[in-house]
Design a protein around this ligand. Structure first.
Ligand code: PRX
Length: 647
């Protein structure tokens, strides 16, 4: 494959924190002597009691376990806030840009953020929240969301952020699963000029959550919302009475920090659990080196705090490094498609980290929306969440970055806590579409379906063969599921669920999920979740969901639906089912295509042959492979003959 190679720009090679020689040396050391390497690197954290133990990990059933720095103690919020106060207390921690550019932005110094966090932490304590308690956060992209996260970390409570685009049902499921008794929300959220009725969603969800005793409601739009006496309290009023002094709790390295629900190939979403010490080391070291971050630079990660990217690279990583982090409430294309680049100019952003889906959407609007802005402060660009197609990469590089800015295409997962395979801007020559090489301490391997390791160039299932500090520690409430999900497909290896190619230069190219997970606009969806939403509708007998290629979203959602015998499927039902799924899960799960089918292709033992459905979804029907084991091969002919016309 004649892919283009973009060498490290000379200025970067000369000035970066990590150049090629240093990358090689540090990477080799991290693999040969992980104990020594991480003992040193973990000194970036202010420990309350220094650790003596470093790495106690095994992926094998007999002695399975993952612990890092286990006898050390620390507090993450102190690392993100208190440690900066003496030298950079007046530096801006959070630069907040509202949805509507006509509304004023906010600048919050480290000192002010520290006081806000302490006040809110005291409020949580006053509401009976303590170490190990779960706090559900259902907030828009406002600074108070970061305040809430840091306040939990300060008192040792475990936050569980639920993306504010999720439905009341999805929210309820997550509240119940981790048994949280307190929910933080806002009256409404604002996105692209539209209002999202967050408090109303919470009220609807709480009908299913009798355990919730307290709801703290932030006034964002000032909308008139119902407040339930005894349960609901006003954020501002309650916080005003609290002291701005709250000593950080001394937490063990392996004490839980947060739960974040994510979709897998089966069952309901899993509560991915991250702990305090290893995650702190991982989020901060990756943020510093991947973005070559230097104090004083304005850094912007355009992810929502509802996803792991927002946890590690809007809030925790940057703040631990004393960064000025931009928090953006809005969307890329409202009021117009210049919005991102206007914000870059407004704040003098030097590092911008975004998702391919947004870039593809903006690319379609034409270059003019970009080129009419200056962007002269930009020096580095990043990409995350899904494979970036070379076309979008080239556009990002040429039009947005004016060929001046390296692009770090970072591969990682909710489970990994932070970036795993990524270029380092001063070290790595780039190939558009490749996440390039492993970060320090990461040992990737490619296995074929039998688990045999592929050496050199080749294509296979991506596994990580040894632990790294930022690794998830368990699935909340289901340790067995953690082990089963990640460590049994290939015994003794962490299985990522991704397919991957390695080229002759040792560069990694993620090819996408090889399980029943699809990636819609960088959001991870389990096909099983959408299927169970569909079959919950009274008219639906059976459903199967697969991914389909989508120009903007990367993957779209293609649903095959069999209705009950007494139901005649029609356009009205199609529309109703689309609304139904939006209501059950949230707008991000909106099916792009619903194909009604009298039957789904099944083997004689009754298993749906998803391989065939995937091919139909991908519009790759010239060779459907072996269909001889189907109970009724004519089902496939019917599916092919009745495919909806796609735009
Ligand atoms: O398939 C990979 C894809 O996103 C999945 C992880 O999704 P999630 O846990 O939601 O985390 C997203 C933010 C890190 C991965 O299994 N993915 C993520 N980054 C990339 C990617 N695929 C290709 N290239 C990437 N840079």
């Amino acid at each position: 494959m004649g892919e283009t190679l973009y060498p490290v720009p000379a200025a970067w090679a000369a000035d970066a924190l990590i150049d090629e020689a240093r990358y090689r040396e540090m990477y080799a050391r991290s693999i040969e002597d992980p104990e020594g390497f991480w003992r040193e690197q973990a000194q970036r954290i202010d420990w309350i009691r220094p650790f003596t133990r470093v790495k106690e990990t095994s992926f094998h059933e007999a002695d399975f376990g993952i612990a890092w720095f286990a006898d050390g103690t620390l507090n993450l919020s102190a690392n993100a806030l208190d440690r900066h106060l003496a030298e950079r207390g007046e530096a801006i921690a959070i630069l907040w840009e509202p949805d509507d550019p006509a509304e004023p932005h906010r600048e919050i110094s480290y000192r002010a953020l520290h006081a806000d966090v302490c006040r809110f932490a005291n409020l949580l304590k006053a509401k009976g929240v303590g170490r190990g308690d779960r706090v559900t956060i259902y907030l828009p992209m406002v600074p108070e969301a970061a305040v809430a996260m840091l306040a939990c970390a300060r008192i040792g409570a475990i936050h569980s952020i639920v993306f504010a685009g999720f439905s009341p049902d999805a929210l309820a499921g997550r509240i119940v699963d981790c048994d949280s008794r307190i929910v933080l929300t806002a009256d409404e959220g604002l996105r692209g000029g539209k209002r999202v009725r967050l408090k109303a969603n919470v009220d609807e969800a709480l009908a299913q959550c009798p355990g919730v005793e307290t709801v703290i409601v932030l006034r964002r739009t000032g909308a008139d919302v119902a407040m339930q006496p005894g349960r609901d309290i006003d954020w501002h009023d309650a916080v005003a009475a609290q002291s701005p002094d709250c000593p950080p709790e001394e937490m063990s390295a392996e004490d839980p920090l947060f739960i974040l629900y994510t979709s897998g190939s089966t069952g309901k979403p899993k509560g991915v659990l991250h702990t305090t010490g290893g995650y702190s080391v991982w989020a901060s070291i990756t943020h510093q080196y991947v973005f070559d971050y230097r104090p004083g630079q304005v850094y912007w990660c355009a992810a929502d705090i509802g996803w792991v990217t927002g946890h590690s690279y809007v809030v925790y990583g940057p703040l631990m490094n004393g960064a000025t982090t931009v928090m953006f409430e809005g969307v890329p294309n409202w009021p117009d498609p210049s919005r991102f680049w206007q914000v870059v100019d407004k704040f003098g952003v030097e590092i911008f980290y975004g998702a391919p889906t947004a870039l593809r959407a903006l690319m379609r609007e034409g270059d003019d929306w970009v080129t009419r802005t200056s962007r002269s402060t930009l020096r580095l660009l990043g990409s995350v969440g899904e494979p970036i197609n070379p076309e979008a990469w080239e556009w990002y590089h040429k039009v947005v970055g004016e060929e001046r800015c390296p692009i770090v295409d970072t591969w990682w997962q909710t489970e990994t806590g932070g970036t795993m395979i990524t270029p380092l801007p001063g070290a790595t020559a780039l190939k558009p579409g490749s996440a390039t090489r492993p970060f320090f301490g990461v040992r990737p391997a490619l296995l074929d379906n039998d688990g045999t390791e592929i050496e050199g160039a080749g294509n296979g299932c991506l596994v990580i063969t040894d632990s790294w500090p930022g690794q998830m520690r368990t699935v909340w409430g289901d340790h067995e599921r953690f082990f089963q999900t990640y460590f049994t497909t290939f015994a003794g290896q962490y299985f990522t669920g991704d397919g991957c190619r390695r080229d002759e230069d040792g560069y990694y190219w993620i090819t996408g999920r090889i399980d029943d997970v699809i990636n819609v606009s960088g959001h991870r969806m389990g096909t099983a979740e959408i299927e169970s939403a569909l079959v919950a509708h009274v008219s639906v007998a059976e459903a199967a969901v697969v991914g389909m290629p989508h120009d903007i979203k990367g993957q779209g959602i293609y649903a095959f639906v069999t209705t009950n015998a007494d139901v005649e499927p029609d356009e009205a039902l199609r529309r109703e089912l689309i609304q139904w799924v939006r209501h059950e899960i949230g707008p991000i799960a909106t099916p792009d295509v619903i194909q009604f089918a009298p039957a789904l292709p099944k083997t004689r033992s009754g298993k749906i042959m998803r391989r065939i459905l995937r091919k139909i979804g991908e519009n790759d029907v010239s060779n459907l492979g072996d269909t001889s084991t189907l109970a009724d091969p004519s089902v496939v002919d019917h599916l092919l003959a009745n495919r909806p016309q796609l735009a």
